[in-house]
Design a protein. Structure first.
Length: 404
């Protein structure tokens, strides 16, 4: 890997993590990820963000191919989560910057995360402008996109937006730019990232998009801190349009059936529910939580507005991957869902009701009663499952029709 110039004297100097699959220890990243940071050479040499601690060497190698790291004057920390700041203590020690810029909340987390004794921290506010020579930088706070400290850096003359976690995707590749990558792969990765990381902050996304529009900021390049960089007018528009679509969460005519089973009874029920959806012409994804991760459910929800949960009852509870799935999905606050629940049982059968209650807490429109089948579902039971699938399909059609 080599540093890549995005615009004159603006370089990508980050790290590509081909190995990572467990992003932030909660979301699968089937294609790895990158930690992007950017070096700008002007009267002042500025490093925007750093990388995670274990990628420090790769970042320093890239910086060194452009300038001696000791020549860095300023470091900008748009966000202090360790995937962007883990390498900060070592790079500060190496280059002894004149200033380190961050938001008020950034300073709070920086001084808690690291021993910042003697660090020349300078707090910037929303809208603060900084001249670095021939260039001016504007800092815009984007609180909760991703953390309270988050901000973005806009390079006015170059019209480059260094957007930190916003507009990211988890793709490890030798490519640096979105226009070099397969479009389907890019979009799938954007969906997985947004739905597993950004989704709860969708109101802030819509606010930020409006703000950018109101400020009339021209953007030639969106350079996020994960994945590929958007550098063509079509790609900038592509990612802005998709962010609006993701954030709006309008109903989509597709369902996700997520289930967990020990001896296959609940799996048979899941297939019968799918048959009911099929009969109504509603596409679906069937996610077996023994094989797939709860973040796969969220990736599927990017295209779906029905969530049907199935689990056998085990020790009076849904099974553990289902419980993890419920915790993961609920925390990400998906909107506008149709829901339903089902499962097999042997004596007490609490799981379907517990899952249905969880869907109610997610403000889903839950259809039908929680559906229980004794041990191995018989023909009558399977007919009820198909009927539940049909009911979900019809409720979803109505929801989608109502929003059209
Ligand atoms: C370890 C274990 C614990 C169970 N606990 C319960 C329970 O608390 N209440 C209940 O109704 N059934 C319980 N069952 C029975 C299962 O729910 C029943 O076997 C069901 O048919 C399994 O569905 P599956 O074929 O989808 O795995 C338990 C089964 C196992 C193996
Ligand atoms: Fe983050
Ligand atoms: Fe990040």
């Amino acid at each position: 890997m080599r540093p890549v110039e995005l615009k004159k004297d603006i370089y990508w100097v980050g790290a590509v993590d081909f190995d990572i699959r467990n992003f932030h220890h909660y979301s699968r990243a089937p294609e790895g990820s990158t930690y992007n940071c950017y070096l700008v050479r002007d009267e002042k040499t500025v490093l925007f963000d750093t990388v995670d601690a274990h990628s420090y060497g790769e970042m320093v190698k890239h910086i060194s191919e452009i300038v001696e790291p000791e020549k860095i004057d300023y470091i900008v920390c748009n966000h202090l989560e360790p995937d962007h700041s883990g390498a900060l203590p070592r790079i500060v020690k190496l280059c002894r910057p004149e200033k380190i810029f961050c938001s008020v909340m950034g300073q709070k987390s920086m001084t808690n995360l690291y021993d910042t004794t003697g660090w020349p921290i300078e707090v910037v506010k929303d809208g603060t402008r900084l001249s670095i020579g021939s260039r001016n930088i504007t800092f815009l706070e984007t609180r909760m996109l991703h953390w309270p400290d988050s901000m973005v850096s806009y390079l006015e003359e170059d019209k480059v937006l260094i957007s930190n976690d916003a507009f990211g995707q988890n793709i490890a590749s030798s490519f640096r730019f979105a226009d070099e990558c397969d479009r389907g792969q890019l979009l799938a990765s954007m969906k997985r990232y947004y739905y597993n990381i950004v989704l709860p902050y969708s109101p802030q996304v819509l606010k930020t998009l409006k703000r950018v529009q109101d400020l009339g900021i021209a953007i030639d390049v969106i350079a996020p801190d994960h994945g590929l960089i958007f550098r063509t007018p079509e790609d900038v528009q592509f990612v802005l349009d998709w962010y609006r679509t993701f954030a709006e969460q309008k109903p989509k005519l597709r369902a996700v059936i997520a289930y967990e089973s020990m001896w296959n009874g609940t799996a048979k029920m899941a297939e019968a529910v799918a048959d009911g959806l099929d009969a109504e012409g509603v596409p679906y994804a069937l996610v077996n939580l023994q094989q797939q991760h709860c973040s796969d459910v969220m990736a599927e929800l990017a295209d779906s507005s029905a969530l049907v949960l199935g689990s056998a009852t085990r020790n009076n509870m849904p099974m553990v991957n289902m419980m993890a799935c419920i915790a993961h999905v609920k925390g990400l606050r998906p909107q506008n869902l149709v829901g339903a629940a089902f499962g097999t049982y042997g004596w007490s059968g609490e799981a379907p009701k517990i899952m249905a209650d969880a869907l109610v807490e997610m403000k889903a429109d839950v259809v039908g009663e929680p559906l229980k089948c004794y041990f191995n579902p018989n023909a009558d039971d399977l007919a009820k499952c198909r009927a539940l699938g049909v009911e979900v399909a019809r409720a979803l059609k109505e929801k989608c029709g109502a929003s059209a």
